[in-house]
Design a protein around this ligand. Structure first.
Ligand SMILES: NC(=O)c1ccc[n+]([C@@H]2O[C@H](COP(=O)([O-])OP(=O)(O)OC[C@H]3O[C@@H](n4cnc5c(N)ncnc54)[C@H](OP(=O)(O)O)[C@@H]3O)[C@@H](O)[C@H]2O)c1
Length: 292
């Protein structure tokens, strides 16, 4: 199986690269080698390398900046996804397109199923949804959309690393407690995507849309407290700074975020035969890696 990965320097792209399975040939590109907004380059690279499966880990992910940078967000998340889908179609490649829990709005307080109605609250979520529609419209059953949430990795920028930095710099922290989701290890996500790629390549049945996160739920506040406590145990922090729950209204951001965006991940875990990790176990593994 020959797999082409976009956005190789992002959290997910990096984890996909380091988890390359035996027997899979990997062609991974960063944003300057393969800018997915450039349709000619996308089509020429995909035509040249003739991958069996493309995993799109490239995205415009600056949720707040997207509110004032709509054109750039849509260029990557919608047009870029469409460029990849068209190029895949031309060479009969399959496409795994990664999307987000932020396609959902404020309608549920139980885990979102892949078929639930979407209702993005901001530009980032809307641009990712537009990308999903491009991919599904162009490739249909030769694509699969995998929505994920609250992603972190030892590589790149994320909530875990920001919290660790702030916990070293500040005397105390206030963290939002009225937004609930599931922290997700990019490493676990990457492992699942490699299995999905294999399944697609083998021609087994797949669903048009899946959800993937680690297991369990947390508010950002719960997540921050767990980061602090685990980091203390591992010696990554030397003082237990107070972490206080605050409301979203006390921490205004340009983009509105869903109060609840837990994803029902059962379908993908069943299809791939992966039991999954509780988010706390996955967090512990990531922090242990930071210690090394
Ligand atoms: N991070 C999260 O919490 C989260 C939550 C839900 C869903 N997701 C989704 O998960 C996927 C992976 O996210 P991530 O956390 O790995 O994101 P990330 O760390 O921000 O990485 C995104 C990568 O995309 C690249 N990129 C941006 N514009 C590009 C372009 N025009 N052409 C090619 N590459 C481009 C970036 O390269 P440069 O650095 O060179 O710009 C970066 O390496 C995305 O689809 C994202 O929407 C993420």
């Amino acid at each position: 199986m020959r797999v082409l990965v976009t956005g190789k320097n992002g959290q997910l792209g990096w984890e996909l690269t380091r988890l390359q399975p035996d027997g899979a040939e990997l062609l991974a590109f960063n944003s300057s080698e393969l800018d997915i907004t450039d349709s000619d380059t996308v089509s020429s690279i995909i035509n040249q390398y003739q991958p069996d499966v493309v995993i799109n880990a490239a995205a415009y992910t600056a949720v707040d900046k997207a509110e004032s940078d709509q054109t750039a967000a849509y260029a990557v998340n919608e047009t870029g996804a469409g460029n990849l889908a068209k190029a895949c179609k031309a060479v009969s490649a399959k496409l795994i397109h990664v999307s987000t829990d932020f396609v959902f709005g404020a309608t549920k307080n139980t885990p979102y199923d892949p078929a639930d109605p979407t209702d993005p609250l901001g530009v980032y979520g809307a641009s990712k949804l537009a990308g999903e529609q491009q991919v599904a419209g162009i490739l249909g059953e030769n694509s699969s959309i995998v929505r994920t949430a609250w992603v972190y990795s030892v590589h790149g920028n994320n909530f875990v690393k920001t919290m660790l930095r702030l916990m070293k710099e500040k005397e105390q922290l206030g963290v939002v407690s009225d937004q609930v989701g599931t922290p997700t290890s990019a490493r676990n996500l990457a492992a699942a995507l490699w299995k999905l790629a294999d399944r697609m390549h083998s021609g087994e049945t797949i669903q048009p849309v899946y959800h993937w996160s680690d297991l369990g739920t947390a508010s950002w506040y719960d997540f921050a407290v767990a980061i602090r406590d685990e980091a203390l145990l591992l010696g990554l922090l030397d003082k237990e700074i107070p972490v206080n729950p605050i409301f979203s209204s006390q921490y205004p951001t340009p983009a509105k975020r869903p109060a609840y965006s837990v994803l029902n991940t059962a379908a993908l875990r069943n299809d791939l035969n992966i039991a999954g990790d509780h988010w706390r176990k996955a967090l512990n593994s990531m922090l242990k890696e930071l210690v090394q």
